[in-house]
Design a protein around this ligand. Structure first.
Ligand SMILES: Cc1ncc(COP(=O)(O)O)c(C=O)c1O
Length: 439
């Protein structure tokens, strides 16, 4: 089968892409196209796949649940699967008490923002309505998410319609000001945040990705950064919203990343790997303090004004439950903690390659930043469409890569085997070497 060219693809210059390989099957770590070619899924089908494709237990759960109840809404009713999953999520998420479902990471974040704004309205702090977030953060593609996670390269066309958000700097060890250590710059970033909080009583919430900025290019926070922000939020009566859409459930080597970071969110969002990457489902969790502020008499209009058609879909919830059981049964997090060494051992070799400016890694995430000039650290110009060159060259080595601008991302399914991970890293090295000749 050939692509029929009716589909408009995401983040894609369609003029330059006349043909797409048609994936018709997935087996384990491999995607198989209509010509029988196999590609190793090097980006876990956009960072969500955990066990590989066609995992028997997950497929069977979908089949069994779809025979019983395909969809029934959470408006006025509930369903057993979303109830069971919410209980499970609350049990594994320290400090959390209630779960609000949606179907993707962007909406999970919109829900977090709306909850925070309405919380302050409900408790009588009517003027608390501003957000503060980290520069270079990403929270999705809807309007609230674009405002809070503003990425200039992606979102400048919509800027006039976005709401203002106060941005504070991040400690990125590869791009520190001259003569400043990471520790010093981290302190500077924290001081900036504290200054904003101290000066502006209208700040409703601080928002950041938990553990690392993934779409921002695998920027891993220094130890203690997130914990200190969490403390500053408490000190200044600012809600702390964490986005674990990309970093929760083991991507960085911990099941619940905010727990590993010793931080205490008021609201946290999950998505992507929650269903093992099989069905769209996201969840926004919150504490008793936040939830209680939404309880009141009808005339007070305190209840939460949000909901989607597929909020709490039982098939998605059931597959998430099976997925979470598999984590425990297979001791997946312990295995990831061992496997991350395989990435670590290759960092020096990758760093030596032409055009590689920096290699950042944690858990099952690696970002390889390509630059024009190693000393000047200038990123490769976006007009060179590195993302396409890397994809085309990667295919020659039987790997599927989706690059973020000039940053090559390795984000494999978490359960990838040692041999397959070697195949992915070796293929990536060959890919960068060959693409490098054209840059
Ligand atoms: C940290 C983070 N938040 C939110 C999102 C948005 O999720 P979705 O693409 O499911 O809307 C993403 C997507 O990559 C993400 O990385």
């Amino acid at each position: 089968m050939k692509s029929k060219n009716f589909v408009w693809h995401p983040y894609t210059q369609m003029h330059d892409w006349k043909e797409f390989d048609v994936i018709i099957r997935g087996k384990g770590m491999w995607l198989i196209d209509s010509n029988g070619n196999k590609l190793l899924d090097g980006v876990a089908s956009m960072w969500c796949n955990v066990w590989g494709h066609s995992k028997k237990e997950l497929v069977n759960t979908i089949i069994n649940q779809s025979k019983k109840l395909q969809h029934s809404s959470l408006f006025n009713l509930t369903n057993d699967q979303s109830e069971l999953l919410a209980e499970k999520l609350v049990r594994i998420s320290p400090g959390m008490m209630k779960v609000f479902y949606s179907d993707n990471g962007s909406t999970a974040m919109e829900i977090a923002f709306k909850m925070a704004l309405q919380y302050w309205q409900n408790v009588g702090f009517k003027s608390k309505n501003k957000f503060v977030s980290l520069k270079n953060g990403y929270h999705g593609d809807t309007f609230g998410a674009m405002s809070v996670g503003y990425v200039p390269l992606f979102f400048s066309n919509y800027k006039k319609n976005l709401f203002p958000v106060i941005k504070t700097p991040i400690p990125n060890k590869f791009r520190l000001p001259k003569g400043v250590s990471l520790k010093e710059f981290q302190n500077f970033c924290l001081e900036k945040i504290e200054k904003v909080f101290a000066k502006d009583e209208q700040v409703a919430a601080f928002v950041m990705e938990s553990g690392a900025q993934v779409a921002g290019g695998a920027i891993i926070y220094p130890v203690g950064f997130q914990k200190k922000i969490s403390k500053l939020c408490k000190k200044h009566n600012v809600l702390f919203i964490l986005d674990e859409v990309a970093t929760g459930f083991g991507r960085l080597g911990s099941f619940i990343e905010y727990k590993a970071q010793d931080s205490f969110p008021d609201i946290v969002s999950y998505g992507k790997m929650l269903t093992g990457g099989y069905l769209p489902l996201a969840a926004t969790l919150t504490t008793k303090k936040i939830y209680d502020a939404f309880i009141g008499h009808y005339r007070e209009m305190k209840h939460f004004f949000h909901g989607h058609t597929f909020t709490g879909n039982p098939i998605a919830a059931s597959v998430a439950l099976t997925n979470l059981k598999l984590y425990e049964k297979n001791k997946l997090i312990t295995k990831i903690q061992k496997k991350e060494n395989q990435f670590k051992q290759r960092i020096a070799e990758i760093s030596e390659l032409d055009h590689v400016g920096d290699v950042r890694h944690k858990g099952m995430l690696m970002g390889i930043e390509l630059v024009n000039n190693k000393r000047k650290k200038r990123p490769i110009d976006p007009v060179k469409a590195v993302y396409k060159k890397i994809f085309v060259e990667g295919k020659k080595h039987h790997i599927y890569l989706r690059t973020l601008g000039h940053i090559v991302m390795l984000v494999p399914p978490l359960a990838i085997k040692e041999k397959e991970l070697d195949f992915l890293i070796n293929g990536t090295i060959k890919t960068i070497k060959n693409v490098s000749k054209e840059l």
